[in-house]
Write a protein that binds this ligand. Structure first.
Ligand code: DHE
Length: 538
């Protein structure tokens, strides 16, 4: 036994010594710039801008003294089952990029750049002032049925007619555009890029156009407008992954108004968190405030914007301790915001009327709701559900404490799914189904599949592998319904060198009705129907 330990320790010491001998190759200033860019674009979302780890593990150089460069190269090329993408196999990073990143990750962590309010102001571009925009919709089309489709890897948003499926226009937004949100009136789409660039899209001209842009962050995932009565469409907020701050903007011009740091102290452990990233943001209907989730601090901030246009730009913030690693979430009953603390497998319910935490719920492994799905069950009353990345489960929660107090905030069903890896579920009041994807399933058959769950029996009705998806290595991702709730669209998200497409299904029969594709359809991910997004129908 002693001998075995001696051999193991010798092998580990030798590996550490040889890794140290091989050492990281010193990077030239140009290589450093390129590697930092790749890191920001591809890695920092999961591993953090300061490489301390978050959803993914820490990537500080000490992690690799034993594992060494060959291990690093293999992981960057082929990924890991826990969710690390296979950047090399997908063709996103070349062998040269992988070698560069291997050296970069073994080098000391550089402090990422900051942004001042002045820096942000300099990026602001008002392309068309509000007074030059149309006073009424200029299109014959039903603009509230437009569907904005994110073309992720080309940093663009395609606007399609949800009825005819015509491609109306393609607009430049930010790098690896992440989400779209609708203003309260629905007239504006707001896009946020991973590079932190926000774009305001006016849907009323004959052809929708970008009317303002600004870059409040260097890395971002969330954007929202003001929805409280009297403030509709008038303000906007962008939450940054880096630097650790959020920025309040004029909702009609995106002119920066105020920047607020989120550097804070972690809930429970009390450690100072310099990289405190802003995850999901929603706008309250009860108060003039945004619900801002600060991931690494485990806090939810209620940001009162009612006086931000007054002298001194006052902004009142109420900080609630919620849970570490808050990520995404959605509304239930229009009152409760349910946010996933995905690293601790919990759902936190925030009552936006009493402005308190109403409940904490055990989900499956790594819950990932997107915004979740809402429906009313004949016996159990109003329900909300989430999928889970790490376990084959759809977690269904009862959400009406006033009329169904006996089961409120209980998990009423854990529906067994055929695969893990769900990123998004979605439904519509007119459809009997909740549709689930399995986008990050390690099983290629799962990633190319969808399931329909019966809202009444709470059982899986049917699952199917989408024909032609696996052949182009496409992952099915993100469902969206049209305004009438008669059809739903799902993206078949293929790598850059293959043709992606969108499949349109009948929302009652689940039959495939048509496919939308073309040279323009490059890496479609999220899709957002104007009416459903503005009115929180999901
Ligand atoms: Fe997202 C929502 C963060 C990877 C597509 N994503 C969100 C939200 C956050 C987030 C915080 C909630 C925003 C809100 O409501 O205000 N996403 C992250 C990450 O940190 C992560 C894990 C890694 C990264 O580097 O970005 C990540 N996300 C992805 C993807 O790989 C997806 C599938 C495609 C892409 O853009 O790269 C993706 N995320 C989406 C979509 C939504 C989203 C489509 C909105 C869903 C909705 O219906 O509202």
């Amino acid at each position: 036994m002693k001998r075995l330990w001696f051999i193991i320790i010798s092998v580990l010491l030798f590996a550490a010594w040889s890794a140290a001998q091989n050492g990281p190759e010193a990077l030239s200033p140009e290589e450093m710039v390129r590697a930092s860019q790749i890191y920001f674009d591809r890695c920092s979302g999961c591993h953090g801008a300061t490489r301390k780890g978050a959803t993914g593990p820490s990537l500080e150089p000490e992690q690799f003294t034993v594992k060494g460069p060959e291990y690093l190269k293999a992981v960057i090329w082929g990924g890991l089952p826990g969710g690390m993408p296979d950047w090399g196999r997908q063709g996103v990073l070349t062998d040269e990029d992988i070698a560069l990143m291997t050296s970069y990750l073994q080098s000391p962590v550089e402090a990422p750049p900051q942004l001042s309010f002045g820096d942000i102001q300099e990026t602001w571009k008002l392309i068309k002032a509000p007074e030059d925009r149309p006073a009424t919709p200029q299109t014959e089309r039903e603009w509230q049925d437009y569907i904005g489709v994110i073309l992720r890897d080309v940093g663009k948003v395609a606007i399609l007619d949800g009825d005819s499926k015509d491609l109306i226009t393609i607009l430049d937004t930010g790098f690896a555009t992440h989400i779209l949100r609708s203003s309260k009136s629905g007239r504006y789409f707001m896009a946020i890029g991973r590079d932190g660039k926000a774009s305001l899209i006016d849907l009323w001209p004959q052809v929708p156009e970008v009317v303002a842009e600004v870059r409040p962050c260097l890395d971002a995932r969330s954007i929202e407008s003001s929805k409280y009565e009297g403030f509709e469409d008038s303000l906007a907020i962008v939450g940054c992954y880096w630097p650790s701050h959020f920025v309040v903007l004029d909702g009609l011009t995106l002119e920066p108004i105020k920047v607020v740091s989120t550097v804070s102290y972690a809930k429970g452990v009390g450690e100072r968190i310099d990289e405190a990233r802003v995850a999901a943001i929603v706008a309250s209907e009860f108060f003039p405030e945004w619900i801002v989730n600060i991931k690494e601090a485990g806090q939810t901030w209620l940001v009162d914007y009612s006086s931000v246009m007054e002298p001194g730009r006052p902004l009142k913030i109420t900080m609630i301790d919620t849970e570490l690693y808050l990520h995404d979430g959605g509304w239930a009953m229009g009152r409760y915001f349910i946010v996933a603390a995905n690293a601790v497998n919990k759902l936190i319910v925030i009552d936006t009327k009493t402005r308190q935490v109403a409940a904490e719920i055990e989900a499956g492994t790594r819950p990932h709701p997107g915004r979740g799905a809402n429906w009313v069950h004949p016996e159990l009353g109003p329900l909300w559900a989430t999928g889970n990345i790490g376990s084959p489960e759809m977690t269904v929660v009862a959400v009406d404490p006033e009329n169904y107090p006996e089961n409120a905030w209980q998990v009423v069903e854990r529906i067994e799914m055929p695969y893990t890896g769900t990123l998004f579920i979605k439904t519509h009041p007119k459809s009997p189904w909740v549709i689930s994807d399995f986008t990050v399933s390690p099983n290629p058959e799962g990633a190319a599949s969808l399931c329909a769950i019966d809202k009444e029996s709470l059982e899986v009705n049917s699952c199917w592998q989408v024909p032609g998806a696996a052949e182009v290595n496409a992952r099915m991702v993100h469902t969206e319904f049209n305004k009438a709730g008669t059809e739903f669209w799902v993206s078949a998200w293929a790598p850059l060198d293959k043709q992606s497409f969108i499949v349109v299904y009948d929302a009652q029969t689940l039959e495939e009705k048509t496919r939308i594709s073309g040279e323009w359809a490059i890496t479609p991910t999220g899709k957002f129907n104007v009416y459903n997004t503005a009115n929180d129908i999901y």
